[in-house]
Design a protein around this ligand. Structure first.
Ligand code: AMP
Ligand code: MG
Length: 488
Protein backbone atom coordinates (compact mmCIF):
# COMPACT_ATOMS: atom_id res chain seq x y z
CA UNK A 1 0.00 0.00 0.00
CA UNK A 2 1.06 3.54 -0.76
CA UNK A 3 1.57 6.42 1.67
CA UNK A 4 0.46 9.95 0.92
CA UNK A 5 4.11 10.87 0.32
CA UNK A 6 4.56 8.11 -2.23
CA UNK A 7 1.57 9.14 -4.38
CA UNK A 8 2.32 10.44 -7.82
CA UNK A 9 0.83 13.85 -8.57
CA UNK A 10 -0.17 14.97 -12.02
CA UNK A 11 -2.07 18.27 -11.48
CA UNK A 12 -3.50 18.72 -14.96
CA UNK A 13 -5.79 21.58 -13.93
CA UNK A 14 -2.94 23.47 -12.27
CA UNK A 15 -0.98 23.33 -15.52
CA UNK A 16 -3.67 25.39 -17.23
CA UNK A 17 -2.99 29.15 -17.29
CA UNK A 18 -3.76 31.07 -14.11
CA UNK A 19 -6.88 32.48 -15.79
CA UNK A 20 -8.74 29.53 -14.31
CA UNK A 21 -7.65 29.64 -10.69
CA UNK A 22 -5.62 31.33 -8.01
CA UNK A 23 -2.64 29.69 -6.30
CA UNK A 24 -3.42 29.71 -2.62
CA UNK A 25 -2.23 27.95 0.50
CA UNK A 26 -4.68 26.41 2.93
CA UNK A 27 -4.92 28.24 6.26
CA UNK A 28 -3.80 25.86 9.02
CA UNK A 29 -6.25 24.75 11.71
CA UNK A 30 -5.14 23.96 15.27
CA UNK A 31 -4.82 20.34 16.44
CA UNK A 32 -6.69 18.47 13.73
CA UNK A 33 -8.09 15.03 14.48
CA UNK A 34 -9.63 12.29 12.38
CA UNK A 35 -13.42 12.12 12.46
CA UNK A 36 -14.16 9.40 9.91
CA UNK A 37 -12.95 7.96 6.64
CA UNK A 38 -14.11 5.88 3.72
CA UNK A 39 -12.00 2.76 3.06
CA UNK A 40 -13.52 2.57 -0.44
CA UNK A 41 -12.43 6.12 -1.25
CA UNK A 42 -8.97 5.57 0.25
CA UNK A 43 -8.55 2.64 -2.12
CA UNK A 44 -9.05 5.00 -5.07
CA UNK A 45 -5.71 6.54 -4.08
CA UNK A 46 -4.14 3.13 -3.36
CA UNK A 47 -4.25 3.98 0.36
CA UNK A 48 -5.62 2.00 3.28
CA UNK A 49 -6.78 2.92 6.76
CA UNK A 50 -3.29 2.58 8.27
CA UNK A 51 -2.37 5.77 6.43
CA UNK A 52 -4.80 7.71 8.61
CA UNK A 53 -3.05 6.57 11.79
CA UNK A 54 -0.09 8.77 10.89
CA UNK A 55 -0.32 12.32 12.29
CA UNK A 56 1.38 13.59 9.09
CA UNK A 57 -1.60 12.42 7.05
CA UNK A 58 -4.08 14.20 9.30
CA UNK A 59 -1.99 17.37 9.09
CA UNK A 60 -2.07 17.14 5.30
CA UNK A 61 -5.83 16.57 5.13
CA UNK A 62 -6.26 19.53 7.47
CA UNK A 63 -4.30 21.74 5.07
CA UNK A 64 -1.48 22.21 7.59
CA UNK A 65 1.20 20.49 5.53
CA UNK A 66 1.54 20.36 1.77
CA UNK A 67 3.47 17.53 0.17
CA UNK A 68 5.98 17.75 -2.64
CA UNK A 69 4.10 17.38 -5.89
CA UNK A 70 0.99 19.15 -4.63
CA UNK A 71 0.07 22.41 -6.32
CA UNK A 72 -2.63 24.07 -4.23
CA UNK A 73 -5.19 26.21 -6.06
CA UNK A 74 -8.72 27.56 -5.80
CA UNK A 75 -10.71 27.37 -9.04
CA UNK A 76 -12.55 30.32 -10.54
CA UNK A 77 -16.15 29.94 -11.64
CA UNK A 78 -19.39 31.91 -11.78
CA UNK A 79 -22.96 30.69 -11.92
CA UNK A 80 -26.68 31.24 -11.94
CA UNK A 81 -27.85 31.11 -8.35
CA UNK A 82 -31.62 30.78 -7.96
CA UNK A 83 -32.00 32.09 -11.49
CA UNK A 84 -29.71 35.11 -11.16
CA UNK A 85 -26.28 35.38 -12.65
CA UNK A 86 -23.49 35.94 -10.13
CA UNK A 87 -20.36 37.01 -12.03
CA UNK A 88 -17.77 35.67 -9.65
CA UNK A 89 -17.99 32.73 -7.32
CA UNK A 90 -15.13 30.24 -7.32
CA UNK A 91 -13.77 27.94 -4.65
CA UNK A 92 -14.33 30.13 -1.62
CA UNK A 93 -13.33 27.49 0.84
CA UNK A 94 -12.29 24.42 -1.14
CA UNK A 95 -8.65 24.08 -2.16
CA UNK A 96 -7.47 21.63 -4.77
CA UNK A 97 -4.25 20.04 -3.52
CA UNK A 98 -3.42 18.16 -6.68
CA UNK A 99 -4.35 15.28 -8.87
CA UNK A 100 -3.21 11.78 -7.98
CA UNK A 101 -2.63 9.12 -10.60
CA UNK A 102 -3.48 5.77 -9.03
CA UNK A 103 -2.08 2.36 -9.90
CA UNK A 104 -5.04 1.73 -12.22
CA UNK A 105 -4.05 4.81 -14.19
CA UNK A 106 -7.07 6.86 -13.01
CA UNK A 107 -6.64 10.51 -12.15
CA UNK A 108 -8.31 11.71 -8.95
CA UNK A 109 -8.30 15.35 -7.97
CA UNK A 110 -7.91 15.77 -4.22
CA UNK A 111 -9.68 18.76 -2.74
CA UNK A 112 -10.02 19.84 0.87
CA UNK A 113 -13.25 21.70 1.58
CA UNK A 114 -13.16 24.12 4.50
CA UNK A 115 -9.45 24.95 4.05
CA UNK A 116 -9.65 28.68 4.73
CA UNK A 117 -10.13 31.85 2.76
CA UNK A 118 -9.26 32.15 -0.93
CA UNK A 119 -9.48 35.08 -3.36
CA UNK A 120 -13.04 33.85 -4.06
CA UNK A 121 -14.31 33.77 -0.48
CA UNK A 122 -16.23 37.06 -0.81
CA UNK A 123 -17.62 37.64 2.71
CA UNK A 124 -17.16 34.05 3.86
CA UNK A 125 -14.71 32.66 6.41
CA UNK A 126 -13.45 29.87 4.16
CA UNK A 127 -14.47 27.26 6.68
CA UNK A 128 -16.97 24.42 6.84
CA UNK A 129 -18.59 23.18 10.03
CA UNK A 130 -18.50 19.59 11.29
CA UNK A 131 -22.27 19.22 10.80
CA UNK A 132 -22.28 19.95 7.07
CA UNK A 133 -19.04 18.02 6.54
CA UNK A 134 -20.60 14.89 8.02
CA UNK A 135 -23.61 15.31 5.73
CA UNK A 136 -21.40 15.68 2.66
CA UNK A 137 -19.18 12.75 3.66
CA UNK A 138 -22.05 10.37 4.34
CA UNK A 139 -24.09 11.35 1.31
CA UNK A 140 -21.29 11.24 -1.26
CA UNK A 141 -20.33 7.76 -0.21
CA UNK A 142 -23.96 6.62 0.07
CA UNK A 143 -24.74 7.93 -3.43
CA UNK A 144 -21.77 6.06 -4.82
CA UNK A 145 -22.96 2.86 -3.18
CA UNK A 146 -26.39 3.44 -4.76
CA UNK A 147 -24.67 3.53 -8.15
CA UNK A 148 -25.24 7.26 -8.67
CA UNK A 149 -22.42 9.32 -10.20
CA UNK A 150 -20.94 11.59 -7.56
CA UNK A 151 -17.83 13.22 -6.19
CA UNK A 152 -16.36 11.06 -3.43
CA UNK A 153 -15.40 11.75 0.16
CA UNK A 154 -12.22 10.29 1.58
CA UNK A 155 -12.24 11.51 5.17
CA UNK A 156 -13.21 14.27 7.55
CA UNK A 157 -10.74 15.90 9.89
CA UNK A 158 -12.05 18.15 12.63
CA UNK A 159 -10.55 20.92 14.71
CA UNK A 160 -11.85 22.72 17.77
CA UNK A 161 -11.25 25.99 15.93
CA UNK A 162 -14.55 27.86 16.40
CA UNK A 163 -16.67 28.66 13.36
CA UNK A 164 -19.63 31.02 13.65
CA UNK A 165 -22.89 30.25 11.87
CA UNK A 166 -26.26 30.74 13.63
CA UNK A 167 -24.40 29.46 16.70
CA UNK A 168 -20.79 28.72 17.45
CA UNK A 169 -19.73 25.43 15.90
CA UNK A 170 -16.40 23.77 15.18
CA UNK A 171 -14.44 23.50 11.95
CA UNK A 172 -13.98 20.42 9.82
CA UNK A 173 -12.53 19.63 6.42
CA UNK A 174 -13.85 17.03 4.00
CA UNK A 175 -11.36 15.54 1.60
CA UNK A 176 -13.22 15.29 -1.70
CA UNK A 177 -12.17 13.29 -4.73
CA UNK A 178 -13.36 13.61 -8.31
CA UNK A 179 -11.85 13.19 -11.75
CA UNK A 180 -12.63 16.89 -12.15
CA UNK A 181 -14.55 19.59 -10.28
CA UNK A 182 -15.19 21.67 -13.42
CA UNK A 183 -18.74 23.05 -13.38
CA UNK A 184 -21.12 24.67 -15.84
CA UNK A 185 -20.16 27.91 -14.11
CA UNK A 186 -16.49 27.37 -14.98
CA UNK A 187 -17.48 28.20 -18.58
CA UNK A 188 -20.08 30.83 -17.79
CA UNK A 189 -17.57 33.09 -16.05
CA UNK A 190 -15.67 33.66 -19.31
CA UNK A 191 -18.75 33.97 -21.49
CA UNK A 192 -20.02 36.90 -19.45
CA UNK A 193 -16.55 38.48 -19.54
CA UNK A 194 -16.54 38.17 -23.34
CA UNK A 195 -13.38 36.04 -23.23
CA UNK A 196 -13.60 33.47 -25.99
CA UNK A 197 -10.13 31.93 -25.78
CA UNK A 198 -10.46 30.77 -22.17
CA UNK A 199 -13.78 29.08 -23.07
CA UNK A 200 -12.15 27.24 -25.95
CA UNK A 201 -9.08 26.20 -23.96
CA UNK A 202 -11.14 24.95 -21.06
CA UNK A 203 -13.36 22.98 -23.43
CA UNK A 204 -10.25 21.52 -25.08
CA UNK A 205 -8.86 20.54 -21.68
CA UNK A 206 -12.09 18.90 -20.54
CA UNK A 207 -12.55 17.09 -23.84
CA UNK A 208 -8.95 15.84 -23.97
CA UNK A 209 -9.10 14.47 -20.45
CA UNK A 210 -12.68 13.43 -19.86
CA UNK A 211 -14.28 13.02 -23.28
CA UNK A 212 -11.24 11.69 -25.18
CA UNK A 213 -13.37 9.87 -27.75
CA UNK A 214 -14.38 13.32 -29.11
CA UNK A 215 -10.82 14.47 -29.73
CA UNK A 216 -10.73 13.17 -33.27
CA UNK A 217 -13.85 15.06 -34.37
CA UNK A 218 -13.21 18.03 -36.65
CA UNK A 219 -15.57 20.09 -34.49
CA UNK A 220 -15.84 18.41 -31.07
CA UNK A 221 -17.66 21.19 -29.19
CA UNK A 222 -21.29 20.46 -30.18
CA UNK A 223 -20.82 16.78 -29.42
CA UNK A 224 -19.19 17.67 -26.09
CA UNK A 225 -22.23 19.75 -25.16
CA UNK A 226 -24.52 16.94 -26.26
CA UNK A 227 -22.61 14.42 -24.14
CA UNK A 228 -22.85 16.69 -21.09
CA UNK A 229 -26.60 16.98 -21.63
CA UNK A 230 -26.96 13.20 -21.88
CA UNK A 231 -24.92 12.60 -18.72
CA UNK A 232 -27.03 15.22 -16.95
CA UNK A 233 -30.21 13.50 -18.14
CA UNK A 234 -28.93 10.20 -16.77
CA UNK A 235 -28.05 11.82 -13.46
CA UNK A 236 -31.49 13.43 -13.12
CA UNK A 237 -33.14 10.08 -13.88
CA UNK A 238 -31.12 8.53 -11.08
CA UNK A 239 -31.95 11.30 -8.60
CA UNK A 240 -35.66 11.13 -9.39
CA UNK A 241 -35.74 7.34 -9.26
CA UNK A 242 -34.05 7.11 -5.87
CA UNK A 243 -35.92 10.13 -4.43
CA UNK A 244 -32.93 12.43 -3.98
CA UNK A 245 -33.35 16.18 -3.79
CA UNK A 246 -30.17 18.23 -4.22
CA UNK A 247 -31.50 21.45 -2.81
CA UNK A 248 -29.22 23.99 -4.54
CA UNK A 249 -29.15 23.27 -8.26
CA UNK A 250 -27.33 26.46 -9.19
CA UNK A 251 -25.20 26.19 -12.33
CA UNK A 252 -22.05 26.42 -10.20
CA UNK A 253 -23.12 23.15 -8.59
CA UNK A 254 -23.60 21.34 -11.91
CA UNK A 255 -20.73 19.04 -12.82
CA UNK A 256 -19.41 18.99 -16.38
CA UNK A 257 -19.01 15.22 -15.87
CA UNK A 258 -22.60 14.63 -14.76
CA UNK A 259 -21.62 13.97 -11.15
CA UNK A 260 -23.65 14.87 -8.09
CA UNK A 261 -21.66 17.81 -6.77
CA UNK A 262 -21.74 20.02 -3.65
CA UNK A 263 -23.85 18.47 -0.97
CA UNK A 264 -25.59 21.13 1.06
CA UNK A 265 -29.24 21.04 2.15
CA UNK A 266 -30.01 17.84 0.21
CA UNK A 267 -32.69 15.39 1.30
CA UNK A 268 -34.07 12.00 0.40
CA UNK A 269 -37.82 11.65 0.19
CA UNK A 270 -39.46 10.03 3.17
CA UNK A 271 -43.20 10.13 2.39
CA UNK A 272 -43.59 10.52 -1.37
CA UNK A 273 -44.15 14.21 -1.97
CA UNK A 274 -43.45 15.50 -5.50
CA UNK A 275 -43.27 19.09 -4.24
CA UNK A 276 -40.78 18.28 -1.49
CA UNK A 277 -38.44 21.23 -0.77
CA UNK A 278 -35.41 20.04 1.18
CA UNK A 279 -33.73 23.44 1.44
CA UNK A 280 -35.33 25.57 4.14
CA UNK A 281 -33.88 28.68 2.42
CA UNK A 282 -35.64 27.84 -0.89
CA UNK A 283 -38.89 29.60 -0.03
CA UNK A 284 -40.13 29.68 -3.63
CA UNK A 285 -39.56 25.98 -4.17
CA UNK A 286 -37.38 26.61 -7.23
CA UNK A 287 -35.46 23.42 -6.47
CA UNK A 288 -38.38 21.29 -5.27
CA UNK A 289 -38.01 17.56 -5.96
CA UNK A 290 -40.24 17.42 -9.04
CA UNK A 291 -38.62 20.53 -10.53
CA UNK A 292 -35.15 19.00 -10.75
CA UNK A 293 -35.31 17.57 -14.29
CA UNK A 294 -36.58 20.90 -15.64
CA UNK A 295 -34.05 22.88 -13.65
CA UNK A 296 -31.28 20.74 -15.13
CA UNK A 297 -32.68 21.51 -18.59
CA UNK A 298 -32.63 25.24 -17.79
CA UNK A 299 -29.08 24.93 -16.46
CA UNK A 300 -28.07 23.20 -19.68
CA UNK A 301 -29.36 26.19 -21.66
CA UNK A 302 -27.01 28.35 -19.58
CA UNK A 303 -24.09 26.06 -20.40
CA UNK A 304 -25.10 26.03 -24.06
CA UNK A 305 -25.16 29.81 -24.05
CA UNK A 306 -21.69 29.93 -22.52
CA UNK A 307 -20.44 27.71 -25.35
CA UNK A 308 -22.08 29.74 -28.12
CA UNK A 309 -18.76 31.47 -28.90
CA UNK A 310 -17.63 28.02 -30.06
CA UNK A 311 -20.66 27.26 -32.25
CA UNK A 312 -23.80 28.84 -33.65
CA UNK A 313 -26.83 29.39 -31.47
CA UNK A 314 -28.75 26.83 -33.58
CA UNK A 315 -26.02 24.22 -33.13
CA UNK A 316 -25.88 24.82 -29.38
CA UNK A 317 -29.61 24.49 -28.93
CA UNK A 318 -29.61 21.43 -31.18
CA UNK A 319 -26.86 19.88 -29.02
CA UNK A 320 -29.00 19.96 -25.88
CA UNK A 321 -32.29 19.19 -27.62
CA UNK A 322 -32.20 15.47 -26.82
CA UNK A 323 -32.22 16.12 -23.09
CA UNK A 324 -35.99 15.77 -22.49
CA UNK A 325 -36.28 12.46 -24.35
CA UNK A 326 -33.02 11.17 -22.85
CA UNK A 327 -34.25 12.01 -19.37
CA UNK A 328 -37.69 10.50 -20.03
CA UNK A 329 -36.22 7.29 -21.39
CA UNK A 330 -33.67 6.90 -18.60
CA UNK A 331 -36.23 7.65 -15.90
CA UNK A 332 -38.77 5.23 -17.34
CA UNK A 333 -36.16 2.47 -17.61
CA UNK A 334 -35.16 2.97 -14.02
CA UNK A 335 -38.73 3.09 -12.74
CA UNK A 336 -39.70 0.03 -14.74
CA UNK A 337 -36.77 -1.88 -13.19
CA UNK A 338 -37.76 -0.67 -9.72
CA UNK A 339 -41.29 -1.95 -10.28
CA UNK A 340 -40.00 -5.18 -11.84
CA UNK A 341 -41.82 -4.64 -15.11
CA UNK A 342 -40.60 -4.21 -18.67
CA UNK A 343 -40.76 -0.87 -20.44
CA UNK A 344 -43.84 -0.72 -22.63
CA UNK A 345 -47.41 -1.86 -22.29
CA UNK A 346 -49.09 -0.58 -19.16
CA UNK A 347 -45.84 0.45 -17.42
CA UNK A 348 -46.11 4.24 -17.61
CA UNK A 349 -49.71 4.14 -16.42
CA UNK A 350 -48.89 1.70 -13.62
CA UNK A 351 -45.96 3.70 -12.31
CA UNK A 352 -47.80 7.01 -12.59
CA UNK A 353 -50.81 5.60 -10.77
CA UNK A 354 -48.59 4.18 -8.02
CA UNK A 355 -46.81 7.50 -7.50
CA UNK A 356 -50.15 9.30 -7.34
CA UNK A 357 -51.36 6.84 -4.70
CA UNK A 358 -48.14 7.21 -2.72
CA UNK A 359 -48.52 10.98 -2.74
CA UNK A 360 -52.20 10.88 -1.77
CA UNK A 361 -51.55 8.47 1.08
CA UNK A 362 -48.21 10.03 2.04
CA UNK A 363 -46.58 6.61 1.88
CA UNK A 364 -42.84 6.32 2.42
CA UNK A 365 -41.25 6.05 -1.04
CA UNK A 366 -38.31 3.80 -0.13
CA UNK A 367 -40.28 1.48 2.14
CA UNK A 368 -43.04 1.04 -0.45
CA UNK A 369 -40.64 0.06 -3.22
CA UNK A 370 -38.65 -2.28 -1.01
CA UNK A 371 -41.83 -4.03 0.14
CA UNK A 372 -43.06 -4.15 -3.44
CA UNK A 373 -40.16 -6.52 -4.24
CA UNK A 374 -42.00 -9.23 -2.27
CA UNK A 375 -45.32 -8.71 -4.08
CA UNK A 376 -47.14 -12.02 -4.58
CA UNK A 377 -48.35 -11.91 -8.17
CA UNK A 378 -50.67 -14.88 -7.67
CA UNK A 379 -52.65 -13.64 -4.67
CA UNK A 380 -53.29 -9.93 -4.37
CA UNK A 381 -55.01 -10.35 -1.03
CA UNK A 382 -51.89 -11.69 0.64
CA UNK A 383 -49.94 -8.53 -0.10
CA UNK A 384 -50.94 -7.11 3.27
CA UNK A 385 -47.60 -5.62 4.38
CA UNK A 386 -47.80 -3.38 1.35
CA UNK A 387 -51.53 -2.75 1.70
CA UNK A 388 -51.06 -1.65 5.31
CA UNK A 389 -48.99 1.31 4.14
CA UNK A 390 -52.10 2.89 2.59
CA UNK A 391 -54.97 4.66 4.26
CA UNK A 392 -57.08 4.22 1.16
CA UNK A 393 -57.00 0.42 1.00
CA UNK A 394 -59.56 0.20 -1.80
CA UNK A 395 -57.44 2.40 -4.04
CA UNK A 396 -54.40 0.29 -3.31
CA UNK A 397 -56.34 -2.93 -3.99
CA UNK A 398 -57.44 -1.60 -7.37
CA UNK A 399 -53.84 -0.77 -8.25
CA UNK A 400 -52.59 -4.14 -6.97
CA UNK A 401 -55.03 -5.96 -9.25
CA UNK A 402 -53.60 -4.14 -12.26
CA UNK A 403 -50.03 -4.66 -11.11
CA UNK A 404 -50.61 -8.37 -10.42
CA UNK A 405 -52.12 -8.80 -13.89
CA UNK A 406 -49.13 -7.09 -15.49
CA UNK A 407 -46.74 -9.33 -13.59
CA UNK A 408 -48.64 -12.50 -14.50
CA UNK A 409 -48.63 -11.48 -18.12
CA UNK A 410 -44.89 -10.99 -17.91
CA UNK A 411 -44.56 -14.50 -16.50
CA UNK A 412 -41.29 -14.04 -14.61
CA UNK A 413 -41.18 -16.13 -11.42
CA UNK A 414 -41.81 -13.95 -8.33
CA UNK A 415 -38.56 -14.99 -6.63
CA UNK A 416 -36.50 -14.06 -9.63
CA UNK A 417 -38.26 -10.71 -10.02
CA UNK A 418 -37.90 -9.99 -6.30
CA UNK A 419 -34.16 -10.64 -6.40
CA UNK A 420 -33.72 -8.30 -9.36
CA UNK A 421 -35.91 -5.61 -7.77
CA UNK A 422 -33.87 -5.77 -4.56
CA UNK A 423 -30.82 -4.65 -6.54
CA UNK A 424 -32.80 -1.59 -7.69
CA UNK A 425 -34.71 -0.60 -4.57
CA UNK A 426 -32.43 0.25 -1.66
CA UNK A 427 -33.41 -0.82 1.80
CA UNK A 428 -31.27 1.89 3.42
CA UNK A 429 -30.98 5.55 2.44
CA UNK A 430 -29.46 8.53 4.24
CA UNK A 431 -32.60 9.92 5.80
CA UNK A 432 -32.14 13.35 7.32
CA UNK A 433 -32.86 12.15 10.82
CA UNK A 434 -30.21 9.42 10.57
CA UNK A 435 -27.61 12.00 9.56
CA UNK A 436 -28.88 14.30 12.31
CA UNK A 437 -28.48 11.62 14.98
CA UNK A 438 -24.89 10.94 13.89
CA UNK A 439 -24.16 14.68 13.81
CA UNK A 440 -25.54 15.29 17.30
CA UNK A 441 -23.35 12.58 18.80
CA UNK A 442 -20.30 13.80 16.93
CA UNK A 443 -20.81 17.46 17.78
CA UNK A 444 -22.01 17.05 21.37
CA UNK A 445 -20.00 14.06 22.59
CA UNK A 446 -17.11 13.69 20.16
CA UNK A 447 -18.55 10.28 19.50
CA UNK A 448 -18.00 9.42 15.83
CA UNK A 449 -19.17 5.82 16.05
CA UNK A 450 -22.59 6.59 14.61
CA UNK A 451 -21.04 8.31 11.59
CA UNK A 452 -18.94 5.21 11.03
CA UNK A 453 -21.92 2.89 11.54
CA UNK A 454 -24.02 4.84 9.03
CA UNK A 455 -21.18 4.92 6.55
CA UNK A 456 -20.79 1.14 6.74
CA UNK A 457 -24.55 0.52 6.57
CA UNK A 458 -24.99 2.75 3.53
CA UNK A 459 -22.04 1.17 1.73
CA UNK A 460 -24.39 -1.80 1.15
CA UNK A 461 -27.80 -0.14 0.70
CA UNK A 462 -29.37 -3.00 -1.23
CA UNK A 463 -28.43 -5.77 1.23
CA UNK A 464 -30.61 -6.94 4.08
CA UNK A 465 -28.69 -6.09 7.26
CA UNK A 466 -30.88 -7.54 10.01
CA UNK A 467 -28.99 -5.85 12.85
CA UNK A 468 -29.94 -2.51 11.31
CA UNK A 469 -33.64 -3.08 10.69
CA UNK A 470 -34.51 0.07 12.65
CA UNK A 471 -32.52 2.18 10.17
CA UNK A 472 -34.96 1.16 7.43
CA UNK A 473 -38.04 2.31 9.33
CA UNK A 474 -40.11 5.43 8.77
CA UNK A 475 -38.62 8.54 10.36
CA UNK A 476 -39.70 9.41 13.91
CA UNK A 477 -41.94 12.42 14.55
CA UNK A 478 -39.07 14.69 15.60
CA UNK A 479 -37.61 14.30 12.11
CA UNK A 480 -40.29 16.69 10.82
CA UNK A 481 -38.74 19.50 12.83
CA UNK A 482 -35.30 19.17 11.22
CA UNK A 483 -34.60 22.20 9.07
CA UNK A 484 -31.72 22.08 6.63
CA UNK A 485 -30.61 25.31 5.02
CA UNK A 486 -27.71 26.70 3.01
CA UNK A 487 -25.83 27.41 6.24
CA UNK A 488 -22.82 25.15 6.19
P1 AMP B 1 -22.41 26.57 -2.09
O1 AMP B 1 -23.76 27.11 -1.83
O2 AMP B 1 -21.82 25.79 -0.95
O3 AMP B 1 -22.33 25.81 -3.38
O4 AMP B 1 -21.44 27.82 -2.22
C1 AMP B 1 -21.65 28.89 -3.12
C2 AMP B 1 -20.43 29.76 -3.15
O5 AMP B 1 -20.17 30.32 -1.87
C3 AMP B 1 -19.14 29.05 -3.56
O6 AMP B 1 -18.37 29.94 -4.28
C4 AMP B 1 -18.51 28.73 -2.22
O7 AMP B 1 -17.13 28.55 -2.30
C5 AMP B 1 -18.87 29.96 -1.42
N1 AMP B 1 -18.90 29.69 0.03
C6 AMP B 1 -19.80 28.99 0.72
N2 AMP B 1 -19.52 28.98 2.03
C7 AMP B 1 -18.38 29.71 2.18
C8 AMP B 1 -17.58 30.08 3.30
N3 AMP B 1 -17.88 29.72 4.53
N4 AMP B 1 -16.48 30.83 3.05
C9 AMP B 1 -16.17 31.24 1.81
N5 AMP B 1 -16.89 30.93 0.73
C10 AMP B 1 -17.98 30.17 0.90
MG1 MG C 1 -21.15 25.08 -4.63
Amino acid sequence: MATLESLSFDNGFARLPETYYARVCPTPVPDPYLVCYSPEALALLDLDASELKRPETIETLAGNRLLPGMDAIAALYAGHQFGHYVPQLGDGRAILLGEVKNSAGEGWEVQIKGAGRTPYSRGGDGRAVLRSSIREFLCSEAMHALGIPTTRALAIVGSDHPVYREDEETAALVTRLAPSFVRFGSFEVFYYRNQVDPIRHLADYVIARYYPELKTLADPYPEFLRQVSLRTAELMAQWQAVGFSHGVMNTDNMSILGLTLDYGPFGFLDAFDPGYICNHSDTGGRYAFDQQPDVAAWNLTKLAQALVPLMSVETASQAISEYPQAFGRAYLERMAAKFGVTVGGDTVALVTAALRLLAQNRVDYTIFLRKLCAFDSQANASNTPLRDLFLDRAAFDAWAVRYGAALRQQGQPDAERAAAMRTRNPKYILRNYLAETAIRRAADDRDYSEVERLHRLLARPFDEQPAFEAYAAEPPDWAKRIEVSCSS
